[in-house]
Design a protein around this ligand. Structure first.
Ligand code: IPE
Ligand code: IPE
Ligand code: MG
Length: 227
């Protein structure tokens, strides 16, 4: 039996707030620690020969419902993360991409995002995608509108191609913090993804745990409707 190939890994990073609250800290401290986890997991992925793409759910279209100070903190954290990460992207040959509607972000943050995309576009060892102001339904609507405007037929292939960034189907989706739901993440791309839910809160998630989850993924029987 041939092993499952893991080309596209997707992560719903959940539990930052609870991690902080359990320690008597402000929720924002959990986000800060969570950003370090993104760095560790990205490095692990860049050194994993099979993984071509890793997509992190960083901010959903629904996360605007949070208190303004938390949203503002997340925006500042993202700006800082990208500023500090440039060295890591260079050192580990990582290409940075974004999915979601960043039009709602400040001009400065949009500029930082664009500059990081440009600075890393020739990198090849791994593509790291951050889902920012991302919603799976919104992404599908945008794709369908694009096809209608171009008067192209609505086929599965055309929709897949018209998605903001057609990085291909997700092979393995992991959600931390014990919640077992998708929260509007990559709805189209996960139709045959293997799912793993772990109780670990995102700031405590490690490359070792990811390694164990990947080992388990390798042994699963993916049938894609066959027998
Ligand atoms: C995930 O952690 C980070 C974002 C959604 C931005 P949460 O902030 O959702 O943490 P919990 O779920 O409240 O613990
Ligand atoms: C999902 O986490 C979104 C991100 C990880 C960015 P949430 O904490 O926002 O999801 P719900 O509200 O618990 O479903
Ligand atoms: Mg949450």
């Amino acid at each position: 039996m041939s092993e499952n190939r893991l080309k596209h890994l997707a992560l719903i990073m959940d539990g930052n707030g609870r991690w902080a609250q359990q320690r008597g800290l402000r929720r924002t401290e959990g986000h800060k620690k969570g950003a370090e986890t993104i760095r560790d997991i990205t490095k692990y992925c860049s050194e994993h020969p099979e993984i071509e793409t890793v997509t992190f759910y960083a901010f959903s279209t629904e996360n605007w419902k949070r208190p303004k100070y938390e949203v503002d903190y997340l925006m500042r954290l993202l700006d800082n993360y990208l500023k500090n990460e440039l060295e890591t992207y260079r050192k580990y040959d990582i290409k940075f991409q974004v999915i979601g509607d960043t039009g709602a972000f400040s001009k400065a943050l949009r500029h930082r995002i664009e500059a990081t995309v440009e600075a890393t576009e020739t990198h090849r060892s791994l593509t790291q995608i951050l889902a920012l102001n991302y919603g799976g339904r919104a992404e599908i609507v945008r794709a369908v509108k694009k096809l209608c405007n171009r008067d192209e037929p609505l086929t599965e292939e055309n929709i897949t191609q018209a998605l903001q960034t057609p990085y291909g189907d997700v092979d393995l989706l992991i959600r931390t913090s014990g919640e077992q739901r998708l929260s509007n993440f990559l709805l189209w791309q996960i139709s045959y993804a293997e799912l793993t839910f772990t109780d670990t809160l995102w700031p405590d998630f490690t490359a070792e745990e990811l390694d164990t989850i990947i080992e388990d993924f390798k042994t699963r029987k993916r049938r894609f409707g066959g027998i």
